[in-house]
Design a protein around this ligand. Structure first.
Ligand code: FES
Length: 63
C-alpha cells in the first residue's frame, strides 16, 4: 500500500481525497483518522469540511 495521499479536484465539485489522513487539533492531537473522503470547496456543505453534495444545488462551477 502506498503512503501517498491523492487529492483530486473534481470538475464542478469537491476535492476527492484517496488514502488515510489523520485530523489533528490545534494542540497536535490526532482527533480522527479518515480514509477516502471528499472535502467541500464550494462553501455550501452543512458538514464542513466534508462535501455533502450541496455543491449541485448551489450551482458551484469550476473552470
Ligand atoms: S463541494 Fe460538495 S458540498 Fe461543497
Amino acid at each position: 500500500m502506498s503512503d501517498k495521499i491523492k487529492m483530486q479536484f473534481k470538475k464542478n465539485g469537491s476535492i476527492r481525497v484517496t488514502g488515510t489522513v489523520d485530523f489533528v487539533d490545534a494542540d497536535g492531537n490526532v482527533t480522527e483518522s479518515k480514509t477516502d473522503f471528499s472535502l467541500c470547496r464550494c462553501g455550501a456543505s452543512k458538514e464542513k469540511p466534508f462535501c455533502d453534495g450541496s455543491h449541485r444545488e448551489a450551482g458551484f462551477t469550476t473552470d
